[in-house]
Ligand binder design. Structure first.
Ligand SMILES: [Zn+2]
Length: 360
């Protein structure tokens, strides 16, 4: 069984489905479709040239369990598209993120289909995750896709860890407008950089500054940083405009309200626009399906399960408003987005064992 998954993975890694290469992504979906058992229902849609594939044991868009996956990868040197093995490691672009989990799930769905299972279980494979993910909301909002439980294999890097909570994301751009004047006569103008600096200080004061010398014990804390600051035209000119982009990772709605309260009090010359948001994904530990999955990890690995938190956002967030239980978990691997990306063979096998037992 293991060999079958690795053979699938070897062939899928060889298709260089970098997000921008739409033809290669089509080929990757073609390969997955052709690798399906004949009893598996396949649906494909295109949205803005972005292809996607839904495979399922039953002809439905209303699932009990859905696996969310993406077959696109980030760029890599050519040799990374030839998977190689080094001990327990499979090295290649997309092995961990996330063609390995796709092949494990495909293999398990094929087994279930071969055994005649007609369950509301499926896998949605998109091709635009690495650039923001527009296809998944299309499936939900326009096609009516729903699920009660979502397995997200695009989070974490340890077979013994489940990402229990991810933070709210709020990215916004502050813009201050002043009036230009010679730097020698500041009383003749309004200084956009001064306005921006004062606004930044109010936002900055909301949350601690974390760094290598200030690491929180509990990582479930709200964080904030400025990604860009721009402004000014010349060293001897008062700036007419200045802007800063903020990136907040928030642990609760009360912290969202604290940011909003500062924004509401900004002077008229300082405006803001939201440039990105994502809902938090928080698993219900007491949910029987969460406990079942949790206990299966412990049983199949023989080790206790670590519950983690993350500041990063995943496409799983789109399933939060429908009330789906989200379980983020994947086989052990690392160095994703780098030239040494790898996936553990033994963890991939264990991951398939967990899915096989959970989905049966
Ligand atoms: Zn990914």
């Amino acid at each position: 069984m293991n060999d079958k998954i690795i053979e699938l993975l070897n062939r899928l890694v060889a298709i260089p489905s970098v997000t921008a290469d739409r033809a290669a992504n089509q080929k990757a979906l073609d390969f997955i479709e052709q690798s399906c058992h004949p009893a598996i229902i396949r649906k494909r849609i295109h949205e803005d040239d972005m292809a996607s594939l839904l495979i399922a044991l039953d002809d439905t868009l209303d699932f009990d369990i859905l696996v969310l996956a993406h077959v696109d990868v980030v760029p890599a040197p050519p040799q990374m598209f030839e998977m190689r093995q080094d001990g327990d490691k499979l090295i290649g672009r997309g092995t961990a993120d996330m063609k390995g989990p796709i092949c494990a799930c495909l293999s398990v769905l094929n087994e279930l289909a071969a055994a005649g299972a007609r369950k509301k279980i499926g896998m949605l494979i998109v091709t635009d995750e690495e650039t923001g993910g527009k296809i998944t909301p299309h499936w939900i909002d326009r096609m009516g896709l729903t699920t009660r439980l979502l397995l997200d294999a695009d989070s974490g890097s340890d077979i013994n860890a489940v990402t229990e909570k991810s933070k709210w994301l709020w990215q916004l751009k502050l813009t201050a407008r002043g009036a230009p004047a010679h730097g020698a006569y500041p009383w003749l103008s309004t200084d956009a950089i001064e306005l921006l600096t004062a606004a930044n200080a109010k936002l900055r004061a909301l949350f601690p500054i974390y760094s290598k010398s200030n690491v929180p014990d509990d990582k479930w804390v709200s964080t904030a940083h400025i990604g860009f600051i721009e402004g000014g035209e010349a060293v001897n000119s008062i700036a007419a405009a200045a802007s800063a982009t903020w990136d907040f990772r928030l642990t609760g709605r009360d912290d969202i309200a604290r940011v909003q309260a500062v924004l509401d009090e900004l002077p008229a010359d300082v405006t803001y626009e939201t440039i990105g948001t994502a809902d938090a994904v928080i698993a219900d530990r007491t949910h029987p399906m969460f406990q079942k999955y949790h206990d299966l990890i412990a049983e199949k690995t023989g080790k206790p399960v670590t519950l983690r938190v993350t500041g990063g956002a995943t496409d799983a967030r789109y399933f939060v408003p429908m009330g789906a239980l989200v379980i983020p978990h994947q086989p052990t691997g690392d160095d994703v987005h780098s030239d040494t990306e790898w996936l553990s063979i033994s963890a991939l096998e264990t991951y398939a064992d967990i899915l096989r037992e959970f989905l049966k």
